[in-house]
Design a protein around this ligand. Structure first.
Ligand SMILES: Nc1nc2c(ncn2[C@@H]2O[C@H](COP(=O)(O)OP(=O)(O)O)[C@@H](O)[C@H]2O)c(=O)[nH]1
Ligand SMILES: [Mg+2]
Length: 447
């Protein structure tokens, strides 16, 4: 992995400037060959130079080139960044020329992968780079930045240190039983130490709920029979006409999505096809998708029509969402009331926009959004990290259970070591190539 790579680091589209990034041993030498200006091989590190990219005698673009010499660079390798004019053709042309000159196109996330492999970032911090780029909200940005600064890694290291101290104590007891001045780990004094680790891991998991919501947002499915006003509600929430609204039942056949920020948290609303029994093939696909959306949602907003009596379809849906986090919104309260319902509901309508603030307030309360937006952001948030912490916790719980069995302490230590390994995978102290491939393949090219 020490060849020289290149990629367009800015978004490809019409814009003022593009940055084409080159990293590796030959970065400076190869770009210098194409650069008409100062000799880049002789300039100081961390300097920027005006000139032209010239290829086979033809001026390709007027550019500024940054030269950044290893090791104080993003990848810890030599990096050259070409700031060209933006737009698709100039940017692509420069990239093509670099490739023709023997520089390999970078894979997704390969610059960051190199930063990780060269020890500039740990894995949690590398993941944070991707989250930072993809952040939708200011809170998400802050969460990612906190992680990038190593504050989450520090917490993981802290727990690993407690574990390693315990493990080394156990090992000393086993290997050198004659060392009497070292605390002997017994089945009596092991449980409190394991419980301490368990508590630490449990609080990481508890805190991660905040991280998960900030990073992923809340998926809200708006469901209900056809024509109750689901699409109108989505449009009113988004303040735009995103979903098609008509008085023809079955208008929304596919999922329509829209995002709204509430207390700094992203609500991802999904307007679904109205749920009813239908023979129309296309509508049926939409209905199936609605059921899937119900399964995947964090919150369900069931919409009923104030101007209609509750029918079997409504009752079926009410039963379906009973055990899920849900809100019932009775729409069309501008029309005479016909609906009788014995349930905690919000009344409103989309004609004179009534009840939507109450709906938002209810969501804030249900998910404690006020508290989340004021929480500490030094928390784990990705599914990968949370999964590994759960595995570590399981191992510690198994160790705690085994203290009461006939298993000797050195066997119990295997579980403890396992917890230590899982936590190490979070920051990338231990990893498998497959994990890296998987993780970095989700990155943008050029990062
Ligand atoms: N009177 C009244 N009509 C509404 C209200 N909300 C939606 N509608 C109308 O109900 C019909 C169905 O609305 P739509 O949003 O497409 O319902 P959906 O099938 O549940 O998505 C349309 O004619 C809307 O204009 C409301 O609050 N009051
Ligand atoms: Mg609709």
């Amino acid at each position: 992995m020490n060849d020289t790579i290149c990629a367009i680091s800015t978004a490809l589209g019409v814009g003022a400037i593009s940055i084409i990034r080159v990293s590796g041993e030959d970065a400076i030498r190869k770009v210098a060959l194409l650069f008409d200006g100062k000799n880049l091989e002789e300039v100081k590190s961390h300097t920027i130079h005006y000139g032209h990219i010239v290829y086979h005698g033809e001026v390709i673009d007027e550019v500024l080139v940054s030269v950044l010499k290893a090791p104080k660079t993003y990848t810890k390798e030599d990096i050259v960044e070409i700031n060209s004019h933006g737009g698709i053709s100039t940017t692509k042309k420069i990239l093509e020329i670099l490739v023709e000159n023997g520089i390999r196109l970078a894979d997704r996330g390969e610059f960051t992968k190199r930063a990780f492999l060269n020890g500039r970032l740990d894995l949690t911090e590398a993941e944070a780079v991707d989250s930072l780029i993809k952040a939708h909200t200011d809170l998400e940005r802050k969460l990612a930045l906190t992680k990038l600064e190593g504050k989450v890694s520090k917490k993981i290291h802290h727990i690993r240190e407690i574990i390693v101290l315990l493990l080394s104590n156990i090992e000393v007891n086993i290997d050198y039983p004659e060392y009497e001045d070292i605390l002997e780990i017994t089945k009596e004094n092991l449980p409190p130490r394991l419980n301490e680790i368990k508590d630490e891991l449990e609080s990481l998991l508890e805190e991660s709920k905040v991280g998960k919501i900030i990073q992923n947002g809340i998926n809200v499915a708006i469901i209900g029979k056809p024509n109750v006003g689901k699409s109108s509600i989505l449009n009113a929430l988004l303040k735009e006409n995103k979903a098609i609204v008509t008085d023809i039942a079955g208008t929304t056949r596919d999922i329509v999505e829209g995002m709204v920020e509430l207390k700094g948290i992203l609500l991802k609303f999904i307007d679904t096809a109205g749920i009813r029994k239908t023979d129309d093939i296309v509508e049926k696909i939409g209905v199936d998708k609605s059921f899937k959306a119900i399964d995947e949602a964090d919150l369900i907003v069931l919409v009923l029509n104030n101007h209609e009596v509750l029918d079997d379809n409504d009752k079926e849906l009410l039963a379906k969402i009973r055990n899920k986090t849900h809100i019932v919104f009775v729409n069309k309260n501008d029309l005479p009331k016909k609906l009788e319902i014995d349930e905690d509901v919000i009344y409103g309508n989309t004609i004179d926009i009534d009840g939507l603030d109450s709906l938002k307030d209810k969501i804030i309360k249900l998910f404690d959004l006020e508290k989340i937006s004021n929480s500490s952001l030094e928390v784990v948030s990705s599914a990968r990290e949370i999964g590994l912490i759960k595995e570590a916790l399981n191992s510690i719980c198994s160790a705690i259970k085994n203290v009461n069995s006939t298993l000797p302490i050195d066997m119990i230590a295997i579980d403890i070591k396992n917890a230590w390994d899982r936590l190490g995978e979070i920051t990338g102290e231990a990893y498998e190539d497959e994990l890296l491939d998987n993780l970095f393949s989700k990155f943008c090219v050029g990062k």
